[in-house]
Ligand binder design. Structure first.
Ligand code: GLU
Length: 441
């Protein structure tokens, strides 16, 4: 059965880059009727925070990316220790004692000689006595996985055929000197034991994948299908990594972005299919195909989310936004006509408040000197209440007859006098909501 996972580290809020990963894994699982696991990669006790675990869950729920199971790596440390023992017994695991400074020096030397900065495996030649001495002097070493120096190949779901020479990659450290298990092995153990069939993640993980394939094979597991999506850039192609902190999902929510707008964009951005606003998750699932995504960096512009949000809001019935309409201060009996008027004129739900204030308090009228008499005459002609959708038509016909004005010369001064603006909602829909005028009639 198809099983995927989204595996964030709870060291910060999740952002649009993480969402791309989460969404692709989610859609693959749902499309296949499989299982989607939320896996919290919290093997780093110093950087992992419970508040971020909660925030990740909230963000996922807000988007409607419901998980079938949640797993935490901190609950599974004994499994990772077992796997480490297995690798040790196999002779694929060795202890190394170089300090970060020593490693840095080695890298610099290699680069100076025009060689790739790959760990030289010096620790493999240490005798037991030498290791004992180093341990006494420096404490426990790190544990590295001994790669087989052959080509590592896989057919990537996005990048196509990949072939990496293992000798161009350093033997990965899987356990730190302080005993902390690192993601590279923890993830492999989880993916294998949880029956993960498909792993989609960012292309910054391509080298990890190469080493993880060898670890999976060493542990006797089955490799999942891997796909690596391209990294997001800003609208001009500039690196986004530094700005991702300001593109946290909760910030976008604060700015009024609607989940369907965000999901619709992220499910298509970087693919050969056009971005289309989808009305629900079922449509997103239906229209998703990982094979349509390309390897080129993907441009992301936060501004694209607002027209999609506006379009999504326009499509909603009052029932879906009733809370926001009430929160804007609109009385229940006016909610229906208010929403009908406002929904064409908002970008986010935060704009409702301004439209309600206009309805409730009126606007500072914009009246040109030459229109003063005209406006006074028009106001005198306002029909008796109650106002409805017909009132504007009746009123402007009467004003036209009395003043001889027509077209723009008739409508624009009235709009400006009533709303203080040159454009905005349809006046027929707005007029019955203008409390000040209603009170006058
Ligand atoms: N915790 C890892 C990350 O956030 C997970 C990577 C993976 O999907 O394997 O980068």
């Amino acid at each position: 059965m198809t099983t995927t996972r989204f595996a964030p580290s709870p060291t910060g809020y999740i952002h649009v880059g993480n969402l791309r990963t989460a969404l692709m894994n989610y859609l693959i699982a749902r499309k296949a009727g499989g299982t989607f696991i939320l896996r919290i990669d919290d093997t780093d006790p110093e950087r992992s925070k419970e508040e971020y675990v909660d925030a990740i869950k909230q963000d996922m729920e807000w988007l409607g990316l419901h998980w079938d199971r949640i797993e935490r790596q901190s609950d599974r440390l004994d499994r990772y220790a077992e796997a480490a023992d297995k690798l040790r017994d196999m002779g694929r695991f060795y202890e190394a004692f170089e300090t970060p400074t020593e490693l840095d020096l080695k890298r610099k030397k290699q680069l100076n000689m025009g060689k790739p900065p790959v760990y030289d495996r010096a620790a493999l030649n240490l005798s037991d006595a030498e290791k004992e001495a180093l341990r006494a002097e420096r404490g426990n070493g790190v544990w590295r996985f001994k790669l087989d120096h052959e080509r590592i190949e896989w057919n990537d779901g996005i990048l196509g055929g990949i072939s990496i020479d293992a000798s161009s990659v350093s033997d990965p450290v899987l356990i730190r000197g302080d005993g902390q298990v690192l993601y590279t092995i923890a993830s492999v153990v989880d993916d294998t034991e949880m029956g993960v069939t498909d792993v989609v993640r960012g292309s910054d993980h391509v080298t990890n994948t190469a080493t993880q394939i060898q670890i999976i094979e060493a542990l006797g597991g089955t490799c999942p299908r891997f796909a690596h999506h391209s990294l997001l850039t800003g609208p001009q192609g500039e690196a986004l990594s530094k700005r991702l902190g300001t593109l946290a999902l909760r910030d976008l929510r604060e700015q009024g972005v609607q989940p369907m707008a965000l999901l619709s964009l992220m499910a298509r951005l970087g693919s050969s299919d056009p971005v289309e606003l989808r009305s629900d998750m079922a449509e997103l699932i239906d229209g998703f195909d990982i094979g349509r995504f390309g390897a080129a960096p993907t441009k992301f512009d936060v501004q694209d989310l607002f027209p999609l949000t506006a379009k999504h809001l326009q499509s909603l019935p009052l029932a879906d936004v009733a809370d926001a309409v009430a929160e804007a201060g609109v009385p229940a009996d006016l909610a229906e006509p208010f929403w009908a008027m406002a929904r064409e004129n908002i970008t986010t739900l935060a704009d409702l408040k301004g439209w309600w204030e206009l309805c409730r308090d009126g606007a500072e009228p914009l009246i040109a000197d030459e229109d003063r008499d005209f406006i006074a005459e028009a106001i005198a002609l306002l029909p008796e209440g109650p106002f409805d959708g017909e009132t504007w038509g009746k009123w402007t016909s009467a004003v036209k007859e009395a003043t001889g004005r027509k077209g723009k010369g008739l409508f624009m001064p009235l709009r400006k006098a009533l709303t203080g603006m040159e454009r905005g909602p349809e006046m027929a829909a707005l007029l019955p909501l203008l409390q000040v005028i209603r009170a006058k009639a």
